[in-house]
Write a protein that binds this ligand. Structure first.
Ligand code: KG4
Ligand code: ZN
Length: 346
């Protein structure tokens, strides 16, 4: 079964064709990130206008690349091979979401294919099912899933496809948001500075600030997180003391990873998880990936991580999520839902 998916929840315009939820045939991603760097943050209206500009060229390029990949000369023949369309309906920016949703509805009508709505956060999880290397292991249930993106931090027990139990989440800032705000504070990036902060941290040879920043809620018996105090503590630290940026970055990254690893491993142990899955933009973080794998060895649970290029927003995992959770909906019931949570169904 081939699914044509569209993702437009924030500042990436993406479409992809995926077979049976695991084989990526094509993926195209256009981004307006540079524009938001110039303004030091995302302006939703600007992001939505860029979605409008990019959506048709991205869809056209996806069809062309799919024709090449499948060795079909005619675009019409490609469309014939597509079984369903999938689209992100939330969470995200309403103006951005609407562009992808209306495009998907139009394709559904024009091509006469069913439309499957997808929750973006659930989508991130399915990056772990995309089979892009021979060594790739598939997730086993029950899986403890840590979703760490720019806007969300959630810990979920995934008992099966579509069967989730919510374990906990952040009370305030998401992990990615903490990275972004701290990167801005340290002068490393004006927008989405997770990668830059992590690069700075990697230059630190000795963390002289070890333990100075808070590991909020680390000893609490729940699976919740809080990162806003950490960002404030970084501000106080740099206002009152002089330290090289790489050392502050390293202590910040270590504090975030300490909490994420501790709570995830505890959940995996308590729920006897058969696998641990990382998902979302922050799952690209080298330290998080390495330390989670190390810690999971002690409880003998495999840790699965998406390939780096599938951690941040794209349409490949949206197609994956649609394949494993095929709930078609009539077009008039498919609407943008900017505040959808990972537990929400449509
Ligand atoms: O999942 P995503 O692409 O967008 C949302 O759905 O939010 O995640 C973007 C987030 C940003 O906060 C970005 O700074 C963070 O992921 N991020 C990272 C890394 N790469 C991306 N954070 C830490 N380390 C990284 N290597
Ligand atoms: Zn995302």
């Amino acid at each position: 079964m081939k699914i044509f998916a569209i993702e437009s929840s924030c500042d990436e315009t993406a479409s992809a064709v995926v077979e049976d939820g695991i084989h990526e045939i094509t993926s195209v991603v256009a981004s307006s990130k540079e524009l938001h760097e110039a303004t030091g943050g995302i302006v939703p209206e600007v992001a939505a206008r860029k979605q409008v500009e990019f959506i048709v060229p991205v869809i056209e390029q996806t069809l062309e690349k799919t024709a090449q990949a499948l060795e079909i000369s005619d675009r019409v023949q490609v469309i014939k091979q597509i079984d369903a369309i999938a689209v992100t309906v939330g969470p995200g920016l309403v103006g951005s979401l609407i562009v992808g949703i209306e495009a998907a509805k139009t394709l559904s009508l024009a091509w006469n294919k069913p439309l499957i709505p997808v929750n973006h956060l659930v989508g991130h999880i399915y990056a772990n099912w995309i089979h892009d290397s021979k060594e790739k292991e598939f997730p086993r249930f029950p899986a403890v899933v840590l979703i760490v993106s720019g806007g969300h931090t959630d810990l979920i027990l995934m008992k099966d496809h579509g069967r989730f139990e919510y374990l906990g989440g952040t009370y305030d800032d998401a992990a990615g948001e903490a990275f972004d705000k701290t990167a801005r504070l340290l002068g490393l990036s004006r927008y989405l500075g997770g990668v830059e902060l992590s690069k700075a941290a990697a230059k630190c040879t000795e963390n002289e600030l070890s333990g100075r920043l808070p590991r909020s809620l680390i000893n609490e018996e729940n699976y919740d997180f809080s990162f806003s105090g950490l960002k404030t503590a970084v501000r106080r630290l740099v206002e009152n003391e002089k330290h090289p940026v790489e050392i502050v970055a390293c202590e910040f990254e270590t504090a975030v990873v300490d909490v994420l690893v501790e709570k995830t491993i505890r959940a995996a142990k308590n729920y006897q998880a058969a696998s641990i899955l990382l998902a979302g933009g922050v799952s690209a973080n080298t330290n998080l990936r390495a330390r989670m794998k190390d810690a999971a060895q002690s409880i003998n649970v495999p840790v699965l991580v998406p390939s780096l290029r599938l951690c941040t927003d794209n349409a490949v995992y949206i197609a994956g999520a649609a394949y494993f959770n095929q709930v078609e909906k009539p077009l008039n019931q498919i609407q943008a839902n900017p505040s959808l949570s990972v537990m929400d169904r449509f």
